[in-house]
Write a protein that binds this ligand. Structure first.
Ligand SMILES: [Zn+2]
Length: 325
């Protein structure tokens, strides 16, 4: 066995000390939640065209991020470290009982349209109330896009009420009060993306990008989380959920929106009912698409033009609370 010269050991200790002392992560409790797990036998939609499963990708990225954060002095709590099923309630409970400074649920997305691939980050509830969630979501979406996508790729920052209209997602609802998001880093239903996601080196790049984002969040963390519905309450808007999003009809989300836009711009008021239907269909099929916010705003405009201004006000509010530009 070779003995390291003592100056190298001293230097290494110095590096370790430098690495953690001024780290924004020092003493921060961060709960990392690799989405899903242990469902390979029972669900058929959480799988890419070549057979890679979302829960496996989520776990690989999460374990890489755990390593990176621990090196930086963070106190990392994992909701799972292998391919097992964990209740959503238990995942959120871990964040609450550890008095977490941050909750990050790592996911990858699926949709019927194989061409789709971009990051989506969800915060819980209403944007005007969940300032910390919105700030964290924005930072993560921007960082992931900058590090892993082309410049012209869209990203979406949306409330979890866009996809689960009645109460949002289980983990974010139950851990509300702790800055938290669900980050859908990319779409495994996109064949080229699935190939990248199977590669551990790429998973490491994803984790490094998340590390940068979390660091930036803690550097600027001055955001409040107000009590839910203390400022605004919106009625649910029904959408396709999970498996339904893989239906052939859901492929047409962009077309529906563009057709609606075309009819509206054509100023043919007799057809406004149809334009409204198409815009609604677009957001129902893909409620967190890059055109969803615009589609909701178009619905509001059409409602105004049809003399239904009370509904228009509500839809405009929804666009502003549930989607952040
Ligand atoms: Zn997921």
């Amino acid at each position: 066995m070779k003995i390291f010269p003592s100056f190298i050991i001293v230097f290494l200790l110095f590096l370790i000390a430098c690495g953690t002392d001024d780290s924004v992560f020092l003493n921060k409790v961060i709960v990392i939640d690799p989405g899903h797990g242990g469902t390979a036998e029972v669900d058929t939609f959480r799988v890419g065209p070549k057979g890679e499963r979302e829960e496996w990708i989520n776990l690989r990225v999460a374990l890489e991020l755990e390593k990176l954060l621990s090196e930086q002095g963070a106190n990392v709590v994992m909701t799972r470290v292998d391919d097992t099923q964990i209740d959503l309630a238990d995942r959120a409970e871990l964040a609450l009982e550890n008095d977490a400074d941050l909750f990050l649920s790592i996911h990858h997305n699926a949709t019927a349209d194989p061409g789709v691939n971009f990051p989506i980050v969800y915060y819980h509830g209403n944007a005007s109330e969940n300032e910390a969630g919105v700030a964290l979501a924005k930072i993560i979406a921007e960082q992931i896009k900058a590090d892993l996508f082309d410049e012209d790729t869209p990203s979406v920052i949306a409330s979890d009420h866009t996809i689960f209209p009645n109460s949002g997602t289980g983990v974010l609802r139950r851990s509300y009060g702790i800055p938290g998001v669900i980050a859908e880093l990319s779409f495994f239903t996109n064949p080229e993306e699935e190939v990248r996601l199977r590669n551990e080196k790429y998973n490491r790049l994803q984790a490094e990008s998340l590390l940068k984002a979390l660091s930036e969040f803690f550097e600027e963390d001055t955001h409040t989380i107000y009590e839910k519905h203390s400022k605004i309450e919106l009625p649910p808007f029904a959408v396709y959920q999970e498996g339904e999003r893989m239906s052939p009809e859901a492929m047409n989300w962009r077309e529906y929106y563009e057709q609606a836009r075309g009819i509206y711009d054509g100023n043919n008021i007799q057809n406004f009912e149809r334009a409204y239907e198409l815009a609604t269909l677009s957001v129902r099929s893909f409620p967190d698409s890059p055109v969803a916010r615009e589609a909701h705003l178009l619905r509001a405009k059409i409602l105004d033009d049809m003399g239904r201004s009370d509904e228009a006000v509500k839809e405009r509010r929804r666009a502003n609370q549930f989607y952040v530009e």
